[in-house]
Design a protein around this ligand. Structure first.
Ligand code: GLC
Length: 426
């Protein structure tokens, strides 16, 4: 079959944001940020307090770090050596869901089982040592309200997590109870931070000039250092919830069929968890199977975009595998363009949120050169994503006296949690 060209062109148009549109998003974002600082009820940004500022770089000692925010949970034992240096002494990791074997995150799963599973991982990381006292930093990558660095209550799950009994609860209480059930009394959870905060702390530990941390992965979110009249504190904006956007019909369909309709609108247009699904919805329409879901992932999208062969055989194979349909090279080329348009839109939207945040910082601090620390598979591995993001950011901040770039902070979730555990002692 040959795709309907009109329909295809409409799709590309519905995904295209010119420079003026991106500039508008940046302005809307900064406005929502400022509104949120005044009255969070009036903003789509949650502006959650983290009760932590930036590290000095001199932090030292051995800590446990729990990284809980996606399908994979990790526990690390990390030694901070100061001067931005550290060693990972032990690392254990396990998925929270193994298809057909167990599932701690889907509907039907429960808090107690999930935290028991995590406590067992902690036990592995301390290698059964139930004597030595360990302080644990917890990178918990979901929107939580805090009253201090150690106390975080989950507001609501995002990223399609659905485990019962966690929303509204203090997560480190659930963790501590599970550790006690397992006979572990020497591990003390002392800090909970969002993964964006972890990335910022990790980057700032190694180098100055970094005030913004972001995740561009399964989920998408950004934090920054707010000044609060001389009392700096990192704010987790939960920018994946930003909603002053113009979603197209496919974005609307995706949102409607998600776990939390109406929420996380920016995230649903940009993050790895949703991009494959969005692509699938659009492709289904082109294939005359509107509404069908094929289970495409962002990795499929990467592989489609990476196929530069003349006959686009990888593209054809991926499409055949997921849809059972055989496409000729011409349609495969259109599929590849569609993938490019989805990634490009995602990156440009995120650049707009970065620019809005940098402009906000510029109203509060001297304008200096700065880095935006980013972690995540989309930023790191998805073709086009980083380049398009940087290009759009450059255009948006063209009038700024000092340059801004993005840097990869790989593994910040673990390191940041260890730093936060250390900073909890201050
Ligand atoms: C989701 C979560 C947020 C997290 C982000 C990246 O947006 O709500 O807390 O930072 O995913 O993992």
């Amino acid at each position: 079959m040959a795709f309907d060209k009109n329909l295809f062109n409409q799709m590309i148009e519905a995904l295209t944001l010119d420079d003026a549109a991106v500039e508008q998003v940046a302005q809307n974002f900064q406005q929502d940020l400022q509104t949120g600082l005044e009255d969070v009820e009036k903003s789509s940004l949650s502006m959650l307090k983290s009760y932590v500022a930036l590290p000095t770089g001199k932090e030292t000692g051995e800590y446990l770090a729990l990284d809980f925010g996606g399908t994979n949970v990790r526990v690390l034992r990390i030694r901070l050596n100061g001067g931005g240096a550290f060693d990972v002494l032990k690392k254990v990791a396990k998925p929270l869901r193994v298809e057909g074997v167990y599932d701690y995150i889907g509907a039907g799963s429960k808090a107690e089982q999930m935290f028991d599973f995590i406590a067992e991982l902690v036990d592995e990381a301390v290698e059964g040592d139930h004597q030595t006292k360990f302080l644990l930093g917890h990178t918990f990558s979901f929107p939580s309200t805090q009253t201090n660095l150690g106390n975080a209550r989950l507001l609501c799950w995002t990223k399609e997590f659905a485990t019962a009994g966690v929303e509204g609860e203090v997560v480190n209480d659930l963790l501590l109870e599970a550790l006690h059930r397992l006979g572990i009394h020497n591990v003390e959870p002392v800090a909970v931070i969002n993964d964006t905060v972890a990335v910022l702390l990790a980057a700032a530990y190694k180098q100055p000039d970094t005030y913004i941390g972001s995740i561009y992965a399964t989920g998408q979110n950004t934090c920054y250092l707010e000044q609060f009249g001389g009392h700096p504190m990192v704010l987790n904006m939960e920018s994946g919830g930003f909603n002053r956007l113009t979603p197209n019909a496919y974005d609307e369909a995706l949102d409607k069929s998600s776990e939390k309709p109406g929420l996380q609108r920016l995230e649903k247009m940009t993050s790895g968890r949703y991009m494959g699904e969005l692509f699938g919805l659009m492709l289904a329409d082109l294939l005359g199977e509107k509404g069908r879901k094929y289970g495409f992932t962002s990795i499929d999208m990467s592989n489609i975009y990476l196929d530069e062969s003349e006959d686009l055989h990888d593209v054809a194979a991926i499409i055949a595998d997921k849809t059972g349909r055989a496409l000729d090279a011409a349609d495969c080329a259109l599929v590849r363009r569609l993938v490019g348009a989805i990634i490009r839109r995602s990156a440009r939207l995120i650049a707009a949120t970065f620019a809005g945040t940098v402009r906000q910082l510029d109203t509060e601090m001297p304008v200096t050169k700065q880095h935006i620390a980013v972690d995540g598979s989309v930023y790191e591995k998805m073709p086009l994503a980083k380049d398009e993001l940087e290009r759009a950011l450059h255009t948006l901040l063209a009038g700024r006296a000092e340059p801004v770039d993005t840097i990869l902070e790989n593994g910040g979730s673990g390191l940041g949690a260890a730093i936060a555990a250390c900073m909890s002692k201050a």
